[in-house]
Design a protein around this ligand. Structure first.
Ligand code: NAP
Length: 251
């Protein structure tokens, strides 16, 4: 059977990715602090199982993934994919006015948790007879400096470097595992709502993002998720270490 573990499935892009995978008969294990009743009650070909976890808490994160791994070890696995999608854009604030506790939670969710989870994951499946696929969801903010997004730009840039480094290691080790980046571009989600609600003193480009909404420039998550899921379902076509952007597919 085909399995995918997807982080951040309570809403937004992660919920759409999970739904489309379930529709394609992939069994999905979803994670978030919140639940997703729609996915849990859905009558779709794949089965959905939810784990509630705060990915800012490393102890909880490790324990939850250890539980997922022991559950998965009992399943007949034909393919196993991991999509690390959960992230925060906040705190949006100029440096010098940041709150250390909020910065810590941000770095934990966006960067440390994918690092800790990837480490556990590669170790857990080292001697298995299938290859792994790991997709890490990034942002254009990894490659440009945006006033007020010092935390977000840094963690996404860190995630990009981390993903590329893991890809280099897996290539050299000839594991057959593939690790890649997916850039979803701008989507109509709660994350964009949080961006629009920032004060101009915290985020000077706020009007540009308000315009994205009023001018209908934000893509629906189902449309974006389909691009990633189409790729995941065609595992052969995935290149280890690739940067896969929705903007190159949907013009
Ligand atoms: N929206 C955009 O325009 C845009 C643009 C570029 C890149 N991206 C990237 O796309 C991905 C999805 O973004 P989105 O717009 O769908 O965001 P979203 O609507 O804010 O959803 C974020 C998801 O991450 C989960 N999450 C956040 N903090 C968590 C925590 N501490 N523990 C566990 N789960 C947590 C949330 O679940 P809970 O709150 O229930 O925990 C939720 O399911 C992110 O990686 C984001 O950086 C988004």
């Amino acid at each position: 059977m085909k399995y995918a573990v997807v982080t951040g499935t309570s809403k937004g892009l992660g919920a759409s990715i999970a739904k489309l995978l379930l529709e394609a008969s992939v069994n999905v294990i979803g994670l978030a602090r919140g639940e997703n009743q729609e996915l849990e009650n859905a009558d779709l070909p794949g089965k959905y199982k939810h784990y509630q976890v705060d990915l800012a808490d490393m102890e909880q994160t490790e324990k939850t993934f250890e539980n997922i791994i022991s559950f998965m070890k009992k399943q007949p696995i034909e393919s196993l994919q991991l999509v690390q999608n959960a992230a925060l854009v906040t705190p949006i604030e100029q440096v010098g006015k940041q709150d250390a506790a909020k910065l810590t939670a941000h770095v934990h969710v966006n960067l440390l948790s994918p690092m800790v989870v990837t480490n556990l994951w590669l170790n857990a499946w080292r001697d298995s007879d299938f290859s792994l696929v790991i997709a890490n969801v990034t942002s254009g903010a990894a490659n440009r400096s945006v006033y007020g997004w010092n935390a977000y730009g840094s963690t996404k840039a860190g995630l990009d470097r981390y993903t590329n480094t893991v890809a280099v290691e897996q290539e050299k080790l000839q594991t057959g595992n593939k690790v890649f980046l997916f850039d979803p571009s701008i989507m109509d989600t709660d994350m964009q709502r949080e961006i629009r609600s920032a004060d101009p003193s915290q985020f000077i480009d706020v009007d540009q993002f308000k315009n994205y909404k009023t001018e209908n420039k934000l893509r629906e998550t189902d449309v974006v998720a389909k691009v990633l899921v189409d790729r995941l379902l065609d595992e052969e076509s995935i290149q280890n270490g690739e940067y896969y952007s929705v903007k190159d597919i949907l013009k």
